[in-house]
Design a protein around this ligand. Sequence first.
Ligand SMILES: NC(=O)c1ccc[n+]([C@@H]2O[C@H](COP(=O)([O-])OP(=O)(O)OC[C@H]3O[C@@H](n4cnc5c(N)ncnc54)[C@H](O)[C@@H]3O)[C@@H](O)[C@H]2O)c1
Length: 282
Amino acid sequence: MKQLQGKVVAISGAGSGIGRALAHEFARHGSLLSLADIQLDAVNDTAAQLRAVGAQVITHRVDVGSLADVTAWAEQTRSHFGRVNVVVNNAGVALSGTVGALSIQDYEWIMQINFWGVIYGTKVFLPHLEASGDGHVINISSVFGLTSQPLMSGYNASKFAVRGFTESLRQDLELSRSCVSATCVHPGGIKTNIAKTARVDASVATLTGKSAADATREFEMSFITTPAKAARVIVDGLQRNRRRVLIGPDARLFDWCARLMPALYQRLFTAAVRWRSPGAKV
Ligand SMILES: NC(=O)c1ccc[n+]([C@@H]2O[C@H](COP(=O)([O-])OP(=O)(O)OC[C@H]3O[C@@H](n4cnc5c(N)ncnc54)[C@H](O)[C@@H]3O)[C@@H](O)[C@H]2O)c1
């Protein structure tokens, strides 16, 4: 999809971070926007910024983990603009803790948003994208969909699943000669609110010697790319019909770690966490 002028783009999690920056980037290209977030005030703020520069925007309060919400969002988008060309399944949350300490409810929470949110967004929008004659699905995974990290099993599981689902989706679409394509995005550390809103279990403090606030601050220090830059890279990947988009030098480094030492990198990453955790209680 080279030409984005007049294309209808639906973005989830558009009240903050990468989703908000993507809304600005698509608006710069002249796209029409249907923005969703679980926080209506936040997504309305994004819309107000965009309307001030003349963009056409509608907003919706959507919990991406609710099939009913996502279905209503897709219907409202199509009935308002008459078509949908692009869906960006971007909304996501983070979770940190050991497998032993995290509850089943913690795993259900993150999978409902990060995994089922992507399945719902893809399945529900796909018929609309096909009807448009020129459609694209963009699913946001992570570098943690390429490599695992200690204390991140729930997030890793959700983001590896998004990658597997999206890569297979792209193959299905090619096999069926569909007018729709798909891209899986793997951001490295992006300066957003994701760490601040993460659920952090007490097991992180035991194993690292850091409070949840300190662990969050340290995690945020690895956020090296701005959301605006991330949005430009994603839109460029869409225009080039890339199947995989990596964002930031850290994402490329993690990718090479997984390729060159698919088992050894795991030991190295664990050693790196231990090395940065002199106050650990074990
Ligand atoms: N920031 C990073 O370093 C980074 C790295 C890799 C991948 N990602 C992924 O990028 C995506 C965007 O995250 P971000 O970094 O911009 O974070 P963010 O916290 O700044 O924005 C996430 C947005 O999603 C919304 N959201 C959360 N749960 C929702 C739900 N159930 N339904 C609808 N909206 C919901 C939030 O309200 C928020 O506006 C996520 O999928 C995240 O996993 C981020």
